[in-house]
Design a protein around this ligand. Structure first.
Ligand code: CDP
Ligand code: MG
Length: 734
């Protein structure tokens, strides 16, 4: 444990040394207080000054953190006195000095916890060191990441460092994409992919080392891996198990892994000045953009780049647009501002842009989600703007609804964010919240396993032969209600039998890396001879984002184009299938996508996913069959999502059969204009109301047919001759 006294570094205070670059007299005039940002302009008004900026009466004011607060950050680091600008050089990374020591400790310890600040070289270097030490003679080295983007980008970097082609000696494997080959020895993969590999190789026999990286993130898959690899390590003394983490809260990991030793890589860090706002900001997005611009106009020669943390893609896109608009008015005297967004869904070729060094005289502003908090390190960042929010998944077992909500970050996250600067010189972090808000934040984020739907995880565990899930060795056990719900769903789908044993259906479902309801649809499609159609639908649904493109200025044209796919108006699932099939008929034409307001990127992704699913059909012993009859296709769909049934109410709302909630058809649905009496839906999303998304019309009789154990048709109380399905399934689950 290294605790450097914080006051030692305070003399390197960056803002004290700030020598404002005279770009703008108006700006200079307003820059009276040190380290106080006074930009805050929402609109540019016409004015006489050269850059047409108007500083509003109410600028964002920041106050500096106290030394004690600064200490929070300094205590996890040591300052590096010999300036390191050669971050690209492997030898300049903090971990390099500890290479021999580390290899020695790995040799002597089967299980080792490794802690080191983000950017110290854990992810890119440790697997290479182990390769050099010839651990790969006995098997591959796996390094797991919670995030897909990190797995891809890090594998690419390591391949470059080793001078090999990506996919040869160094590769990556993420859901629906495998860039590895027979010669791959360093395999970067998502934690979820290693879980899947366990299904075919329960003892991980082809691996000599498993490094569970970014352990502090505590993703569900990482947590499950913990329990599994702990067992495997016991059975396989030759397997090395490394658990690496960016935070110092590692006692918990050590304790869980039977008091495993902890190896600490001391960080190197310059002082980072932290500033809070004096008052609460009303609009974090506008404040973030303004703060970024305000920093930018003060550009000094040799100054660093800006990193802004935003909760999600939508905010990032808006910020990008706002920055473009605002910098256009800045004139030519202000240096170029290169805007680089980064989020999980960004196409790979654009992701690489954040790593390109900033040309002299320009400045880069990186707009990132949490992904830049610990998974990816961007060199050359001097300024951090932290609005204090991130997107968090929450799950309510009662309603089965999983939502992504913008929530305040934890103190641990805020500290990590601030620490993204100060790596190559003194840094500054602007927190767009007050000190009081900081003090009220949670210490750490709750592990994902506590707030997510576990149906998929339970199915995976069952398929790995783990019967007693409730007594699985969880580091933090999930809520009992969540587990019960997951078991209930899997029993209802027929994946588990009443005592909870995996059935043949369950075994086939487990082949697909999909939500169990989607897997069930595919398995059911075998009976209805339409597996080809169902994997197209499942591929698109698994993307999670819309394939329809709705540019703001062409809403009407886009809507008209979209209606062409509504054939029969039976629902969104069939409409999505129509989109896929029409695109296929044009031989997957990009031009066709443009003409029909279809997101070409999403379609290409769906095509890739579909190919993978087609490969998996064989594994699940499902014949590839095609059938254009939409009744058959709908039966297969209902076989998977029969628990998501809702009935039309007076006034146009719906009531869910299972939990009697009032819900609505999402306005973007094919069925929004002509709501049928009965529907099944893919998911519920909560915005202004609870909306059903991806909705398909249903006849109540079908429910009894596809799920007789779950529904009984009963005479309705209103004496109409119609029969009503009633969910009886839950009664037999105790
Ligand atoms: O895992 P850890 O955070 O300890 O560090 P790392 O990911 O191994 O990163 C070591 C260095 O490689 C950092 O300075 C990163 O900036 C750099 N890096 C990069 O330039 N591009 C990547 N795609 C990944 C890492
Ligand atoms: Mg890392």
């Amino acid at each position: 444990r290294f605790a450097a006294p914080s006051n030692r570094y305070c003399d390197a205070n960056a803002s004290d040394k700030m020598n404002p670059f005279a770009v703008n007299e108006a700006w200079e005039k307003h820059q009276s207080e040190k380290a106080t940002l006074k930009f805050g302009s929402k609109d540019r008004k016409q004015s006489s000054d050269e850059y047409q900026f108007v500083f509003e009466e109410d600028p964002i004011k920041f106050i500096k953190a106290t030394e004690v607060e600064q200490g929070l950050l300094s205590s996890i680091s040591e300052v590096n006195t010999t300036s390191e600008r050669l971050a690209d050089d492997r030898k300049s990374l903090p971990i390099y000095q500890y290479k021999e020591k580390l290899l020695e400790v790995v040799k002597d310890n089967q299980v080792l916890i490794i802690v080191g600040e983000t950017g110290s070289g854990k992810t890119t270097q440790i697997p290479q060191y182990l390769l050099e030490a010839r651990y790969t003679r006995r098997g591959k080295i796996a390094c797991t990441q919670p995030r897909r983007v990190a797995a891809m980008s890090i594998a690419a970097r390591v391949a470059r460092q080793m001078g090999v082609k990506l996919g040869h000696e160094v590769g990556y494997s993420i859901r629906f994409e495998d860039r590895t080959s027979d010669r791959t020895v360093l395999k970067y993969m998502t934690d979820g992919m290693l879980l899947r590999e366990l299904q075919s190789e329960p003892d991980l026999a082809s691996y000599s080392v498993v490094m569970v990286d970014e352990a502090h993130e505590r993703s569900v898959s990482t947590d499950i891996l913990f329990g599994l690899v702990k067992d495997i390590a016991m059975a396989r003394p030759d397997l090395k198990l490394l658990i690496s983490s960016a935070t110092s809260d590692t006692e918990k990991f050590s304790e869980y892994f039977d008091s495993a030793n902890i190896f600490t890589i001391p960080g190197r860090r310059y002082h980072v000045d932290i500033h809070y706002t004096e008052t609460q900001v009303a609009d974090y997005l506008a404040a973030a953009v303004d703060t970024a611009l305000q920093i930018h106009v003060k550009l000094q020669p040799g100054d660093g780049d800006i990193l802004v943390f935003l909760p999600g893609q939508d905010d990032i896109e808006n910020a990008e647009e706002m920055l473009r608009l605002k910098t256009r008015g800045l004139g030519t005297k202000i240096p170029e501002l290169i805007i680089c967004p980064i989020y999980a869904n960004l196409p790979t070729e654009l992701q690489a842009k954040i790593f390109i060094p900033t040309p002299q005289g320009a400045r880069k502003v990186v707009l990132a989600t949490n992904i830049a908090e610990t998974s990816l390190t961007i060199n050359g960042i001097k300024y951090i703007i932290d609005p204090g929010y991130c997107k968090t998944k929450t799950y309510q077992p009662r309603t089965g609804m999983e939502t992504l909500k913008v929530t305040p970050v934890s103190k641990a996250s805020a500290t990590q964010r601030a620490g993204r600067s100060g790596r190559t010189g003194p840094g500054e972090c602007y927190r767009l919240y007050t000190r009081d808000i900081y003090n009220s934040m949670d210490e750490n984020v709750e592990p994902e396993i506590k707030r997510t739907n576990l149906a998929n995880v339970v199915l995976t565990l069952k398929s790995l032969g783990i019967e007693d899930i409730k007594n699985f060795d969880f580091m933090d056990p999930p809520p009992g209600e969540t587990l019960t719900k997951a078991l209930e769903l899997l029993i209802a789908l027929g994946a588990l039998d009443e005592p909870g044993k995996l059935t043949k259906v369950g075994r086939r479902m487990a082949e697909f890396p999909l939500d169990p309801m989607l897997s069930k649809m595919i398995v059911a499609s075998d009976e209805y001879k339409c597996s080809s159609e169902l994997i197209s639908i499942a591929a698109i649904l698994s993307l999670g984002n819309s394939v329809f493109y709705r540019p703001k200025d062409k809403r009407k044209d886009a809507a008209t184009a979209r209606e062409r796919f509504y054939m029969g108006n039976v629902g969104d699932h069939i409409a999505l299938l129509n989109v896929y099939n029409s695109w296929k008929e044009t031989d997957f034409s990009t031009q066709w996508c443009y003409e029909n307001y279809i997101q070409v990127r999403s379609m290409k992704q769906a095509r890739k996913v579909r190919e993978q699913l087609e490969g998996l059909l064989k594994m699940a012993e499902i014949e590839v069959t095609s059938n254009a009859n939409d009744l058959d296709i709908r039966m297969a769909i209902v076989s998977g999502c029969f628990r998501h049934t809702a009935r039309l109410q007076k006034g146009g709302s719906y009531q869910t059969v299972e939990s009697c909630r009032t819900v609505y058809i999402h306005p973007s649905s094919v069925l929004a204009q002509a709501p049928p009496r009965w529907v099944v839906y893919h998911e519920l999303v909560e915005t202004s109301r609870e909306y059903m998304r991806q909705v398909t019309e249903l006849k109540p009789e079908w429910l009894e047919k596809v799920a007789p154990h779950y529904y009984k048709l009963e005479d309705t109380e209103d004496c109409s001759s119609k029969k009503m399905p009633r969910a009886v399934g839950r009664a037999c689950l105790n």
